[in-house]
Write a new protein. Structure first.
Length: 438
């Protein structure tokens, strides 16, 4: 099935997902470590400048009396910064833990990556740590001498830099609190997930989706020999080189987002010389959790998780579910006119060398509606929004996309009928309303 318009296709610049980059983005130690190293270097630089100030003052005036009067005040400022920043770091860290706990309990554990990957959170935490370490190192370099003839250093530059770091820490703290408060609000979390999903869908439009060549029965099946985990990404360039070298066509078995373990069928090889499984495993990016990188279903998965968590008896928040359905409606409307063939990657000569499976339209529709329909059949607000979404999609859907949507419409009516015995309540629950119930 090829539904996209024919014609010259824009060049696809596919960037493989870097395991190191993903590890650093999900870690909370790298940015603070760099900040602390920078604080050590900055403390050494300011210490040399402070010594240069004393030497220049002696050379110009032959006296350091003015610097001595500034010395005690500067030391007091740096000492205050050192003691206050440790408490400030505790406040920032506590807010982060509370935000993570609330997000996991109210939304979904899948959306925690928005908090873990937040550059602003890491920047605020890193600058606070760097300020504390800088002030501590400056205190170690104090020259306590009160004899002008023996004085070698006065923390002039050190105190100024410490004050500037405090101002920067306060500014980042205000931005951090504002960002955290936004991420604790459901509409903003849903909007972030929807925007990331939209970016994936727009990138998917540029990928070469088309009907895959058939796989003969005598094709070799290679088993996974790497570590267990979720398939996050495949290095398309490396697999193309492997396939071209062995004059073969590689058909990937798992999709992006599938869990694979040693012994799992990983690729079917059409050719006379199959590559070694270890070389295939080296081209796979396997991790402990899914990412939005080229994962067409993960955005829907997060939105559905938020909706069904809101519909659970412990939360009982159908309005949040309606907001999630709004974005699901948006994403499905974007996919109505897209093709759902496998991704066929070609070498420089134009020969298909790698076939990558992607979710079909039926699978996407099932993912988008099934769980919400089952959990929300007893909530008229949700069923009215689902009815409106299906009506809108059916109104603009081409004929090839209508059967799956019609099936979901029938299943929704059946679920509401089983849940609501009163005909009037049933009719009310199935009346389309884009706001649910006002």
């Amino acid at each position: 099935m090829t539904d996209r318009q024919t014609g010259p296709r824009p060049p696809v610049r596919y960037r493989p997902l870097s395991p190191l980059r993903e590890h650093l983005r999900e870690s909370f130690w790298f940015a603070p470590l760099l900040a602390c190293v920078a604080a050590v270097l900055l403390a050494g630089l300011t210490a040399e400048l402070d010594e240069a100030v004393v030497s220049q003052s002696v050379a110009d005036t032959g006296s350091v009396d003015e610097l001595l009067r500034f010395n005690s005040a500067a030391k007091s400022v740096v000492s205050t910064v050192s003691s206050a920043m440790l408490t400030f770091i505790g406040v920032v860290f506590s807010i982060s833990l509370v935000a993570l706990q609330m997000a996991a309990s109210q939304f979904s554990p899948r959306v925690l990556r928005l908090y873990v990957r937040s550059r602003l959170t890491k920047a605020a935490f890193s600058v606070c740590l760097a300020t504390f370490l800088f002030a501590l190192l400056v205190q170690f370099s104090y020259d306590d001498s009160t004899d002008p003839a023996k004085l070698t250093s006065v923390p002039v530059f050190s105190s100024v830099v410490a004050v500037l770091l405090v101002v920067l820490s306060l500014a980042l703290f205000v931005l951090y609190v504002q960002s955290t408060m936004r991420l604790l609000r459901v509409p903003h979390v849903i909007d972030r997930v929807a925007n990331e999903s939209t970016a994936v869908l727009l990138q998917y439009r540029l990928m070469p989706a088309e009907p895959a060549p058939p796989v003969p029965d005598q094709a070799y099946t290679l088993l996974h020999e790497g570590r267990s985990g979720v398939l996050r990404d495949v290095n398309i360039g490396r697999l193309l080189r492997i396939a071209r070298k062995h004059d073969a066509v590689l058909h990937l078995v798992p999709r992006i987002g599938d869990f694979i373990a040693p012994g799992t069928p990983i690729v079917r090889v059409v050719g006379e010389r199959p590559p070694r499984p270890r070389r295939i495993a080296q081209a796979l990016n396997v991790g402990v959790d899914r990412t939005m990188h080229q994962d067409l279903s993960f955005g829907f998965r997060q939105l559905v998780d938020i909706a069904i968590r809101a519909l659970s008896p412990a939360v009982n928040d159908p309005t949040t579910a309606v907001q999630a359905v709004d974005r699901i409606h948006q994403l499905l409307a974007m996919l109505l006119h897209e093709s759902f063939g496998d991704l066929c990657h070609r070498d420089r000569q134009g020969a298909v060398r790698l076939v990558e499976p992607v979710p079909g339209w039926s699978a996407v529709v099932d993912l988008a509606f099934t769980e919400i329909r089952l959990c929300g059949a007893g909530h008229p607000q949700v069923t009215r929004r689902l009815t409106a979404a299906l009506d809108d999609l059916l109104r603009i859907a081409p004929d090839r996309r209508r059967p799956e949507l019609l099936e979901q419409q029938v299943l929704l009516v059946r679920a509401v009928t089983q849940e609501q015995g009163d005909p009037e309540v049933r009719a009310f629950a199935l009346r389309p309303d884009r706001q649910g119930i006002g």
